[in-house]
Design a protein around this ligand. Sequence first.
Ligand code: NI
Length: 175
Amino acid sequence: MTIRDIVYVGDDRLQQVAAPITEITPDLKQLATDMLETMRHHHGVGLAGPQIGLMARIFVAEIPASHSKPPHPQSGVTYVLLNPNVIAHADTFVEGEENCISISGWRGRLRRPEWIEIQAVDLAGQSVHHKVDDLLARVFWHEIDHLNGRLYTDRITGSDNLWQVENTGVDTTTH
Ligand code: NI
């Protein structure tokens, strides 16, 4: 496994739409493994392809038990999802805080639909279906935004809703 270099805000690749994945190759599987390793290294709960310069529609997500005390009820499941499609979502929005491995030292508050239902493909090529709410919904939205060239900061309104944080390198809520 390899910890990949992060693509940071200001790099055009974070504003580009990632391409659909047409073939699950050994290289892609290796990249997925590296993405998980890179996400964990940065204490993140999600990471999308473009954040390591892979302009393909793949993201990983995982809420570790160490994310909070007591462990978040959604912790302990690892997601590696290709070509995610949003097939339904809540009409109601919830406010929450986010940050991003690619936007080090900042944190913001924004509204996201309360739940999301997606269809995607796993690394075995099987179609998978997930309907998630709470923190995982926020992570899925955040990562799918990355695949469409959008950052959470693009969705923030009002300067009060974006602030600097001390970058300790151990923030456990980065996406
Ligand atoms: Ni992010």
